[in-house]
Design a binder for this molecule. Structure first.
Ligand SMILES: Nc1nc2c(ncn2[C@@H]2O[C@H](COP(=O)(O)OP(=O)(O)O)[C@@H](OP(=O)(O)OP(=O)(O)O)[C@H]2O)c(=O)[nH]1
Ligand SMILES: [Mn+2]
Length: 180
């Protein structure tokens, strides 16, 4: 990594950390939310072998618009059109009912760009591992299994994107008796 990409990644992770500063994960420890986007970017780099800096930046920023006051215009002006576009592709429309948002993820997944599919794949892999690590507060075992079933439907539309990540995901689905 050259010195300018190091600086770019630090700017990006700092932006995401400030945006998510008041958010916590749903686990018992109330882990800082920023652990999730950092972990998603780390899966892409460390496990997926991804070096495309705009994909790694989009991974760090992927929940900022969905879950904080960040706008796409803001992302575009700070990080450029490609990063903003990838984040936009992986952002749910929170004005829609939850069932519809979940349905649209399944429908849209196969049509996303390669860069957006990478971020989606790593996002799901992180969240599935997190569910195996501990059950979010208020979730039943049935709700956890339902999330795995739905994630497997989304992940089917992401096949052919990154063999290493897909193989790891496949193991998680097989453990739950699901096809991928
Ligand atoms: N497994 C897990 N997930 C947690 C935890 N804390 C927060 N989340 C977030 O919750 C979302 C999954 O929960 P759901 O009930 O299905 O979705 P919702 O938050 O949109 O209502 C994920 O959002 P997302 O990243 O936007 O992904 P997606 O599921 O919407 O694709 C995930 O990052 C936690 O402790 N464990
Ligand atoms: Mn996420």
């Amino acid at each position: 990594m050259n010195s300018s990409s190091t600086a770019v990644l630090l700017e990006t992770v700092n932006f995401a950390a400030e945006k998510h500063r008041n958010q916590r994960r749903k686990d018992l420890d109330a882990t800082p939310y920023i652990n999730h986007p950092i972990g998603v970017a780390r899966i892409l780099s460390h496990e997926g072998g991804i070096t495309d800096i705009e994909v790694l930046q989009a991974a760090l920023l992927h929940d900022t618009v969905e879950d904080t006051d960040t706008t796409f215009e803001e992302l575009e002006s700070v990080f450029g059109t490609t990063v903003a576009r990838i984040v936009q592709e992986v952002t749910d429309d929170k004005s829609l009912p939850k069932e519809e948002r979940k349905r649209l993820q399944v429908v849209h997944a196969p049509h996303r760009s390669h860069q957006a599919k990478l971020v989606k794949l790593a996002d799901k892999l992180y969240n599935l591992r997190d569910l195996n690590r501990c059950t979010p507060t208020g979730w039943t075992a049935g709700r956890v299994q339902e999330y795995f079933v739905w994630a497997s439907q989304v992940a089917k539309g992401l096949r052919g994107t990154n063999p290493a990540l897909e193989e790891k995901m496949q193991h998680l689905f097989l453990e739950r008796g699901l096809q991928f």
